[in-house]
Structures are given as structure tokens and as C-alpha cells.
Design a protein around this ligand. Structure first.
Ligand code: SF4
Length: 287
């Protein structure tokens, strides 16, 4: 049982610092691998600059990108009653202490709260389970990539080929705006809003897809998009995506929703599992 609100608040500061200053190892390895097989000179230079930036951020404990994004939290396991307020307190402190760029504004007045909070913030998704722990995971999402999100209500007859075309077109139409190469999350099925949530959760995942059909689709899309020539930062080359991750759910017989959550090279996440007064930090997540 979590007794001290300070524990959650401090934990949130810690995972925001970790997410912003250190790339998850699977994302870092994918960038290193892309740099190793990239043959285009300009693309190699871009990947080299990105990797250099990532190393310096970790060494200096500074955010790896000036857009420190909007944090999206997932709370899994036991859900303490005051967790939303405690997470908000952690966001406020992290904004001042790390520091993070204050990004949240009122959508109409564009007034900035100055602390990454404000109406509807922070975004927290709850996944209650019977487990004895509380796990808080965070994805930090910049606007350059988030603005490229796509939802398509496809015709059911479009099938797998139509889904793959929609995903590939969504990534390629975005061009260099989302700072490729990044991790692409895809949701297939559900309802419109559930499909978008699945796409975001898929992009957050660090584990291999247990579904062989979806795994094959992920591999096919990886090869197809990386064969497009869009390349790092949209300047040409082979590395346009680092990974494609897909989730699916059943949908209405007359529907085929497909959502694409486009990520950038700064695919940032971290999590903390709190059991009693013990906290274990990780950059692997599965929500
Ligand atoms: S898209 Fe990603 S890498 Fe590019 S500015 Fe935004 S957060 Fe930074």
C-alpha cells in the first residue's frame, strides 16, 4: 500500500527525468542498427548527429529534445485514490526541476499554464488489476510527431492490404515533420476512440508482438516504409521507421477503424513499479 503522496510525486519526477534524458535501450539499439546499415551519406550524417545528441543528453542529464512533449501516464495495478493529484504534483515539480518546457496551453485562448498542467492535464489512463503493485508508466510525446496522428474509418472490404496501405501512406505523407526515424504505433479495430488508444499503447510497448499475424504485418510494414527512400528527417535514405507495433481488437461488422500514432526518433518512455515502499525503475513498458 502506498502511504506517502510524496513517494508518488517523487517517482513521477524520476520517471519524467529518465524518459527525457535517456532513450529506452530498444529504441537506442534500433537507432544504432539503422546507423550501421544506412548507406546514404546524408542519412548517415543525420543518424550520427541524433546518436551524438542522445549520448550527450544522457551524460549531461539534459532533455534530449527541446520539445519535452506532453506526458501521457498509464497507471496499472492497484489504483491509490489520490494518484491523479500526486501525478500532477510530480509534473509540476519536474517542469521546474529538470526543467521541462511548459507546453500545455488552453486550446482556445492559447494561454500557457507554465507548469504543464491546466484543464484536463495530466493525461492519465487507468488499468486496474488485482496485483499488489502500482505501476506508473509515462510516454513523453512531442507535437511534431503527435500532429501526424491519423485515424481512418476504412471499408471492411479494404482488408489487410488496405490497412497496410493506409499505415504506409500516413507515415510517408508526414514526410520529415515527425523527425523520422521513429516508432510507429498502429491500432486496428475497436471503435474510433479505442483504436487511437490502441495505437498509442502499441507505440509504448517494448515487447515482441505475441500474435504471429500482426508480427508479420509489422515486419512487412517496416520493410515497405524503409524502402520508400524518405529517410532520417525526411532528407532521403533507408531509415524512416525504427519499428512498427500493432494492436488489434474486434470491431463492428460494418467498420474497419485503423489508427496510426506516428513517433519520432525521440521515442521516450519510462516506468516505475511501486510495491510497498520499494520502487523499481525501468524503460520497458507494456500497457
Ligand atoms: S518530433 Fe520528436 S524529435 Fe522532433 S522536435 Fe518533436 S519531440 Fe523532438
Amino acid at each position: 500500500m502506498i502511504k506517502l503522496p510524496e513517494t508518488v510525486e517523487q517517482t513521477v519526477v524520476n520517471i519524467l527525468r529518465l524518459a527525457n534524458t535517456k532513450l529506452p535501450s530498444d529504441v537506442g539499439w534500433a537507432l544504432e542498427a539503422a546507423a550501421a546499415w544506412e548507406t546514404d551519406g546524408r542519412a548517415s550524417a543525420q543518424l550520427g548527429a541524433i546518436l551524438d545528441n542522445v549520448k550527450k543528453a544522457e551524460l549531461l542529464g539534459r532533455p534530449m529534445c527541446q520539445d519535452t512533449g506532453i506526458p501521457i501516464f498509464y497507471v496499472k495495478g492497484k489504483i491509490p485514490p489520490s494518484i491523479r493529484q500526486d501525478i500532477a504534483a510530480g509534473v509540476r515539480r519536474a517542469t521546474a526541476e529538470i526543467p521541462l518546457r511548459p507546453n500545455t496551453v488552453d486550446p482556445l485562448t492559447r494561454e500557457n499554464s507554465g507548469d504543464n498542467l491546466g484543464e484536463g492535464m495530466p493525461i492519465v489512463h487507468f488499468i486496474p488489476t488485482e496485483d499488489a503493485y502500482t505501476e506508473i508508466s509515462v510516454m513523453v510525446k512531442g507535437a511534431g510527431s503527435e500532429n501526424m496522428t491519423r485515424l481512418g474509418m476504412l471499408n471492411p472490404s479494404d482488408g489487410a492490404a488496405g490497412i497496410e496501405k493506409f499505415v504506409a501512406d500516413s507515415v510517408l505523407d508526414a514526410g520529415g515533420k515527425p523527425c523520422p526515424p521513429g516508432v510507429i504505433g498502429v491500432g486496428i479495430g475497436g471503435t474510433a476512440e479505442e483504436c487511437l488508444l490502441m495505437a498509442k499503447a502499441a507505440a509504448m510497448s517494448s515487447s515482441e508482438n505475441p500474435d504471429p499475424v500482426l508480427r508479420k504485418m509489422e515486419e512487412d510494414l517496416f520493410v515497405r516504409i524503409n524502402g520508400s527512400g524518405l529517410g532520417p528527417m525526411g532528407l532521403g535514405g533507408g531509415a524512416t521507421v525504427l519499428a512498427v507495433k500493432i494492436r488489434k481488437a474486434c470491431c463492428h461488422t460494418a467498420s474497419l477503424p485503423v489508427a496510426v500514432s506516428v513517433g519520432c526518433w525521440a521515442t521516450r518512455r519510462a516506468s516505475a513499479r511501486m510495491t510497498g515502499d520499494r520502487v523499481e525503475y525501468s524503460q520497458e513498458a507494456d500497457v
